[in-house]
Design a protein around this ligand. Sequence first.
Ligand SMILES: *Cc1c(COP(=O)(O)O)cnc(C)c1O
Length: 523
Amino acid sequence: MLRYARNDNKPIEINKLLEMNQNTLYVDTANLSELTKSFKKFFLNDTSESITTYRKLTQKVAGYISEQISSQKQAYSGKSPQDLITQIAEFEIFPRQGMALETLLERTRDLVINHNISVYHPNCLAHLHCPTFIASLTAEMIISAFNQSMDSWDQAPAATMIEQAFCDELCKVYGFDNQADATFTGGGTMSNFMGLLLARDHYSQLNYNWNIQQKGLPPEASKFRILCAEFAHFTVAQSASILGLGENAVVKIKTNDFEEEAAALEDAIISLRAEGLIPIAYVTTAGTTDFGTVGQIGNLAEVAHDHGLWFHVDAAFGGALIFSEKHKYKLNGIHQADSVTVDFHKLFYQPISCGAFIVKNKKSFEYIRLHADYLNPESNEEFGILDLVYKSIQTTRRFDALKPFLALQHIGTEKFGEMIDYTIDLAAKVSDLIEIDPNFELATRTQINAVVFRYIPDENLLDSEIDDLNNEIKTKLLLSGKAIIGQTVVKGRAFLKFTLLNPMTEISSVIELMELIKEMGKR
Ligand SMILES: *Cc1c(COP(=O)(O)O)cnc(C)c1O
């Protein structure tokens, strides 16, 4: 008889149909339960041991973080790359036997927590690398503890509905109607890629009745061109390459003093067509990474649409201006876009990763829709079950929407807008100071948070000497831990950059940093 037996040998019948087999299967449940017990202490679960450990260790970690944040004097400890390698070598990364988490956390504190770049420090201003809201950090705890996965509703019921509701409101905020939709992404790179992916597939479907998802690239694809200004983010070229169009398919339009112009776009489209090429999309940047410039979105949209191009707005940097009463006009026309990139882990002060992709016509997501029997069978849709995987190029995906969902409700868009205004104002004031300082040269007036300049202590220096000096200042500041500032190239010359996106930064500390730059630049 087939029986399922406990280790006390009292058989439990499980399947009468198999009685004929005369077999008994013994299962040692006591031993197995010892084994699961030994696993349990490593997981979050309902035992009091697990709950106590979780509380104790999260408090300990919160203590370490608080101590570091409240005592960190410099933007970086200044530890050298080689010192870090040496310190990491003391860790056995795949040990056979584990060790107490307390001990490990302590060692990790000494390595990781103490040698972070402090995004909270006023001298951390190289990149669009932001301080984070406390509300969003609490969201991160919930996100990771409950580990919902946004690909299917049966892995994230409330989370799915929150993300969808957030996306619907986000579309409205940018002026789109209810035909629009959005999805969360890992950031601007992925959002730009999705924009150009949909642009490519839409163009082929519309003009050649050619389904790229099924058939691959159409014969005309080698003539496809993606247009953008010369200062567009490098991910435009990266996307073209991954999309099988090649980086050479990206046509960069020269600008006058960093300003994108509709007339230049029109000229470019006409001359490409005359060469027999096929412009399919234009990417405008609302807030260029290096210069913070924003073009006339509405005018550019009109030209792009007049010529049948997909119009994508890369607002990874500038998207937050929508909540600024003073500066939102810079995004006028954004609702005319076919797709928009918004990054929350930049000027929205969210922990990484957190980005969104908006599309004007939600039907465009059809170009990437796939059905997996195990994940989002079509039958789910009949029951009103929403499996978000159809509008993402990721499968397993974090519930990042909870971060801006909590933060913006907590702070309110009015206060948030004041923060944006403050930072833009700060950048303008710093630009003024740099402009009147004979030892500095300002590259251009910024429209938002980036200030690009270089240090010229002596008129008689050669250009190459000025380049070396500015590069040296940047590296010395980083390696001393005193400041993390940006660098870029303007008309072939080395420039420095302050990205002033931290609303806690006071102008006095930027002035001190300018003095420090002069100090470092002394030969
Ligand atoms: C940062 C940035 C990107 C890339 O976004 P990630 O979030 O870093 O992937 C794209 N475009 C612009 C204008 C950016 O500033």
